[in-house]
Design a protein. Structure first.
Length: 440
């Protein structure tokens, strides 16, 4: 506990630029306090900072919590911009993969993802020969492959953090892109990772994904769903001005990733029906202009020449809340797959954080967690019913929507703020390391 307090003071001094006091805390901690800090290897296939969307936002808050507790954190990740400044800002040691560009929108990313664990393994091994790690924490399935192989070699305890069921999203891909027999093998391999490599513990993004690993034989006592969160500090700054003005045309909004399983047949049919019924509606897409988004926008404009469509392009996480403000309903029109059923969709969390009504297809993890939340409405996996949910929110009196907003905003802040999620996750990581150490 004292060492953890020292870590908190060190982090505060570092943030304020008080170098001398930071060093004094280090000397004090090393010589007079019991040492319960760890050296943690944090493995990810995404550039650490700035967050690029998807699950990458979580990494920053997990690392901040580990450093706050006095742990030494070595981050193994693809190259970041201004590495020296990132190390100073977060108080970490960066080990960058520089052979080629990585990231959500990099060319040939799937091939690069397949090769990356091989190089990541060698990076970690090289550093571990210099100084031993107490535990390995992997982000996503790609890094879990590396962590598992390292555990088999070195016996260093491993916690695998699965932010999604990555290969499960491919179920909605055309068979000529991903043949079904090949996909079945890949999906089976991903779910086998914790048992195959005897992971010491597993964090998951949802109860549904935790069930998948438990069904494959991984012990429930070593599984913890931590869900997916948001930064309440960023969202609270604009949420009070988030409600639309009564006289303004309604705006429906979708943000985040725009891959083909996000914007497929369901979205096309639903948006066509909404524009036919309510031509004054504006659509706002907040995120990277992908091929799937460009196709959808082209279809919408050709079939509805007067449609109001705004595409912001990629925005830093800190700016997302401002562009959600003033919208009438947030959309989650995902196509059905094992991947989306296991996902804990960030969009829903952030819509609710702004007091936005949600229209979503019936994702298993979301329906389980948000059961009984009156600000969410789930359709079927078809465009007609999804359009019906959008239109039902647009027909709802504004005063009624606003009355539902405050309780939803408070609920997600209490349960799904990144700092709450990070505390739960790192408590579990620490307990796992203590258990592993005591069993040696």
């Amino acid at each position: 506990m004292l060492a953890r307090y020292s870590g908190t003071v060190r982090a505060s001094c570092r943030e304020r630029g008080l170098a001398a006091k930071w060093q004094l805390c280090d000397v004090f901690a090393r010589n007079f306090l019991p040492d319960d800090s760890m050296r943690i290897a944090f493995l990810t296939h995404e550039p650490f900072y700035p967050p690029s969307g998807g699950g990458s936002a979580e990494a920053v808050y997990l690392v901040e919590e580990m450093v706050r507790r006095g742990h030494e954190v070595d981050i193994f990740c693809p190259r970041v911009a201004d590495a020296a400044e990132v190390e100073k800002r977060f108080g970490v040691n960066l080990h960058e993969f520089r052979a080629w560009q990585m990231g959500r929108y990099a060319k040939l990313r799937n091939v690069k993802y397949l090769l990356y664990p091989f190089f990541l393994e060698r990076m970690v091994e090289s550093e571990a020969r210099r100084r031993k790690f107490d535990i390995l924490l992997s982000q996503h399935s790609i890094a879990a492959v590396t962590a598992g192989k390292l555990r088999a070699k070195s016996k260093i305890p491993v916690v695998m953090n699965f932010l999604d069921y990555l290969s499960g999203f491919m179920e909605s891909w055309p068979s000529y892109v991903m043949p079904k027999p090949v996909l079945a093998r890949i999906m089976d391999y991903e779910l086998s990772l914790p048992c195959r490599y005897q992971a010491d513990a597993v964090l998951t993004v949802s109860d549904t994904l935790a069930d998948c690993f438990a069904d494959r034989g991984f012990p429930r006592t070593r599984l913890l769903p931590i869900y997916y969160g948001y930064d309440s500090n960023l969202f609270n700054a604009v949420s009070r001005a988030a409600f639309p003005e009564p006289e303004q045309p309604p705006v429906v909004v979708m943000h985040g990733s725009f891959d083909q399983h996000h914007l497929g047949r369901i979205a096309r049919e639903a948006f066509d029906r909404v524009l036919a019924a309510r031509p004054e509606v504006s659509f706002r897409f907040i995120g990277q202009r992908t091929a799937a988004l460009n196709r959808l926008v082209g279809i919408m404009k050709s079939e509805h020449p007067g449609a109001r469509i705004e595409c912001t392009g990629f925005l830093p996480y800190a700016e997302v809340a401002r562009r959600l403000a003033g919208a009438s309903v947030g959309l989650v029109p995902y196509e059905a797959s094992r991947g989306v059923h296991c996902a804990f969709v960030a969009k829903i969390v952030e819509y609710l954080a702004m007091g936005l009504p949600v229209a979503s297809t019936p994702l298993d993890s979301a329906r389980r967690y948000f059961a009984g939340e009156p600000l969410t409405r789930f359709s079927g996996f078809d465009g007609a019913s999804f359009a019906g949910k959008i239109l039902s929110w647009l027909d709802e009196p504004l005063a009624q929507r606003q009355a539902l907003a405050a309780p939803a905003m408070e609920k997600v802040k209490a349960r799904l703020d990144w700092r709450v999620i990070s505390r739960n996750a790192i408590d579990f990581v620490e307990a796992t390391q203590r258990m592993a150490a005591s069993s040696r």
